[in-house]
Design a protein around this ligand. Structure first.
Ligand code: ADP
Ligand code: MG
Length: 760
């Protein structure tokens, strides 16, 4: 069981690292990942062993943090089991404590809002006091004792969290950004206190640094406040999706309309959807027709026409007609809930590019403390600087270094990037896939349903003319009778054609579906086969040269051919057309412009494949491939190209999609397993492939910029703070250091926010 929970109170990637470590150690936790950028913990756990109280304790043990658990999870475990027994079948998803996105999410939002306003108050108080201190110090308005009082308020009220977190870290022998600030400001404060009250301990008159400590805390609080505002903007995607959720439904019961809460709707319920209202859950239309605005869920901008038996997606908007629908999936099973879960998991996942930054981050804080101590020792003992300025240098180093920007650089861009994708109907499974999607060398498309519409129409019926008996209608009759057993789109087309000609069908016996080849069975005491050339060969059917000639011409027109054999003799063929999607050519053109090698794979025959390829501008055709052999073909391509993407419908292509470096599935409607692909395109819209690649590339560029600035910032300013440029009179004051530090993580977030506006 894997779930994502909000964490409240983190201010740094270091916090997230420590929380990850603490959570991973709790019994029952298989793996844990806490991400600062999203303020979330993704925990994979063993339902039988997990104790939520332990989880809460672990979170509190590393600092002033809270985890927002769903209500059920607070229950002691014996009660939990009781509940499970009473759960009805439709409640099974709540039985194992699945979070219900309403409550605990709201609770978490309220808590973090509280934290935010407290932070704001503290920043203002600290800011005002600091101003008075700076003025007082400058104009010599009051003695050190007054400065001491003001600064104490700032340190122990406004800045208390730095010390609480540093202390919690110290107890666990870990250090974080708060440790640096606590040591830095604490040193300045203590030193000034000694100067004020016990000057006899020091030699000669010494300056005090109260206003420095105060200003550092103010600036860092200000930075954190701005950061929390900017972060809120970066994480809007999930919030938007959650707000989208329909809240009420109108239940039809015994001819009555009853308004109920969405949580009370059960599968099979009949619901009324008025014009202008939201479709409450994923459902099937049983009466009426309308246009549905799906833009907020799937990104499809045009309203979609829906009528009887069509599927409608929960939380989309009914634009026109009055609809009666039957609930098909509710609660955690709805498309929207799946999307939210997927985006949440993706945002909390780690991209490979983060590894280096993580490595540096993990040793960053101790290294900085070491550098600060060394710098003090060198300046004081070796270079003969006085005690106080040497101390100031050490403090400046502690304050200027910014592990947070390093830790934020990757995840914040991943969060904004995946969120931006979700908005457009591009669902990306995890950060690693987002990273690699921009590096695709070759892309293989499944033909039917991916490049083509996937809906066939019979165009020609060609008799082999061996005996006059086998006329087109007779061929169609046998073929359609047999196809009644299949649900392949070809079968549908053949049956429809027969029905439209009012041909009476017989029911097939011993029916067999031969996947990727065709169908087999008995009709009217004849042994029938309908399908590909390969099938006919396999079954050693007697061929007919004239028919082959006729059929080749049709195949060259991009038509799919289904041969019919009766008692092992070819009697004719049916040609079917499946039009390419109108957008396909343009998409392939733009992929080729991106220097991708484009391939098509199909179970159809070579001439048909090539003819369609020609129309679309695809030269590389792999035809006659059985569904189970598609994996092998992908592997083969992977020997030639480092990164291969496969695009399919996710139904019978699942193994090949999994084999590909990037599996892209086209989802239509709600009947999709969005877990099947690495990238899911929600509207079955090919154009999104190109956009997904662009999004990946832009996100990676953004991450690299962030990493460059974050590394560069520290690499440059830490030496300067240590006094490396004193010889040319460039030094940094502790106050400047805190301003620079606060700005550096803010700038990383602001840069990531630019991704929100990236053109797709
Ligand atoms: P694709 O690989 O293009 O997605 P499939 O694997 O579904 O196509 O099928 C491969 C080929 O097998 C089809 O092009 C068709 O010629 C044949 N075939 C499959 N199922 C049937 C069927 N029910 N009736 C006739 N032909 C079929
Ligand atoms: Mg297919």
């Amino acid at each position: 069981m894997k779930q994502t929970f909000p964490i409240i109170g983190m201010h740094c990637a270091g916090c997230a690292n420590n929380l990850t470590k603490a959570l991973s150690k709790v019994t029952g936790v298989v793996s844990a990942q806490v991400t600062y950028a999203t303020d979330k913990a993704t925990i994979e756990y063993d339902e039988g062993k997990i104790d939520w109280e332990e989880i809460k304790k672990a979170v509190a043990s590393v600092g002033n943090y809270q985890i927002a658990l769903p209500k059920q999870s607070h229950q002691p475990s014996h009660q939990k089991h009781n509940d499970q027994k009473h759960d009805g079948p439709q409640n099974k998803h709540q039985g194992h404590n699945a979070p219900k996105h309403g409550d605990h999410q709201d609770h978490a939002a309220a808590l973090s809002q509280q934290k935010k306003s407290l932070l704001k108050t503290k920043t203002i108080v600290s800011g005002l006091l600091t101003l008075i201190l700076l003025l007082g110090n400058w104009l010599k308005l009051f003695p050190h004792e007054i400065s001491f009082i003001f600064t104490s308020i700032i340190m122990f009220y406004a800045g208390q969290e730095f010390f609480i977190n540093a202390w919690a870290g110290l107890k666990k022998l870990t250090a974080n950004m708060d440790t640096l600030i606590a040591i830095g400001t604490g040193t300045a404060y203590l030193y000034s206190t000694v100067v004020t009250f016990l000057p006899q301990l020091l030699v000669g008159p010494q300056p005090v640094y109260f206003e420095t400590a105060a200003a550092i805390i103010t600036l860092i609080l200000l930075g954190r406040y701005l950061e929390s505002v900017a972060k809120g903007r970066a994480s809007e995607a999930i919030k938007k999706l959650l707000n989208l959720q329909a809240k009420k439904a109108i239940l039809l019961k015994n001819g009555q309309e009853i308004e109920v809460d969405i949580s009370q709707v059960k599968v099979g319920d009949q619901l009324l959807v008025k014009p202008g209202a939201k479709v409450p859950v994923d459902a099937i239309i049983i009466k009426g027709q309308s246009y549905i605005d799906e833009s907020l869920v799937t990104g499809e901008s045009k309203p979609v026409k829906k009528s009887l038996n069509d599927k409608v997606i929960g939380s989309t908007i009914n634009k026109q007609g009055l609809l009666i629908v039957k609930a098909a999936s509710v609660g955690e099973d709805t498309l929207l809930a799946h999307i939210v879960k997927l985006v949440e998991e993706a945002q909390s996942s780690q991209a490979p590019i983060q590894k280096l930054a993580d490595k540096v981050s993990s040793i960053f804080v101790p290294s900085v403390i070491l550098i600060a101590i060394l710098a003090f020792l060198v300046w004081y003992f070796v270079l003969g600087l006085a005690f106080t300025p040497a101390l100031v240098i050490a403090i400046t180093i502690l304050i200027v270094s910014c592990p947070c920007a390093l830790g934020l650089a990757t995840p914040i861009s991943i969060m904004v990037g995946t969120g931006r994708g979700a908005e457009k109907g591009i669902l990306i499974k995890n950060a690693a896939k987002l990273q690699i999607a921009g590096q695709i060398d070759a892309i293989v498309f499944d033909k039917t349903g991916t490049l083509t519409q996937g809906s066939f129409a019979v165009t020609d019926i060609v008799p082999a003319d061996i005996t006059p008996k086998w006329q087109p209608n007779e061929i169609l009759k046998l073929a359609a009778s047999l196809e009644q057993g299949s649900d392949h789109p070809i079968a549908e087309a053949v049956v429809n054609k027969a029905k439209s000609l009012k041909i009476k069908l017989a029911s097939p016996q011993n029916f067999q579906n031969l996947e990727g080849l065709g169908v087999k069975g008995q009709v009217a005491n004849h042994q029938l086969l309908l399908g590909t050339f390969k099938l006919m060969e396999q079954e050693k059917v007697m061929r007919c040269a004239t028919l082959d000639g006729l059929v080749k011409r049709l195949a060259d027109q991009a038509k799919t051919i289904a041969y019919l054999s009766v008692d092992k003799q070819t009697v004719g063929a049916i040609a079917l057309e499946d039009e390419p999607k109108p957008i396909a050519k343009a998409v392939i053109d733009s992929l080729k412009k991106k220097d991708l090698s484009v391939w098509m794979i199909t179970g159809d025959n070579q001439p048909t494949g090539e003819a369609i390829g020609k129309r679309l501008g695809i030269k590389n055709i792999i035809a006659n491939v059985l569904p189970q052999d598609k994996v092998k073909q992908v592997k083969k391509l992977q020997q030639k190209y480092p990164v291969v993407a496969m695009v399919g419908d996710g139904v019978n292509d699942a193994p090949a999609l999994a084999q590909a470096n990037v599996g892209i599935t086209m989802a239509t409607g709600t009947d999709i397993a969005i877990e099947a692909g690495d990238i899911t395109l929600l509207q079955g819209n090919l154009e999104l492939i190109d956009k997904a690649i662009t999004l990946s590339q832009k996100t990676m560029t953004n991450i690299k910029q962030n990493l460059f600035w974050a590394f560069g910032y520290n690499a440059l300013l830490i030496p300067v703070a240590a006094g490396a440029l004193t010889s040319i009179n460039i030094t940094i004051s502790p106050i400047f250091a805190s301003a620079a530090m606060a700005f550096s993580s803010l700038s990383v977030i602001l840069n990531a926010l630019r991704l929100k506006r990236v053109k797709l």
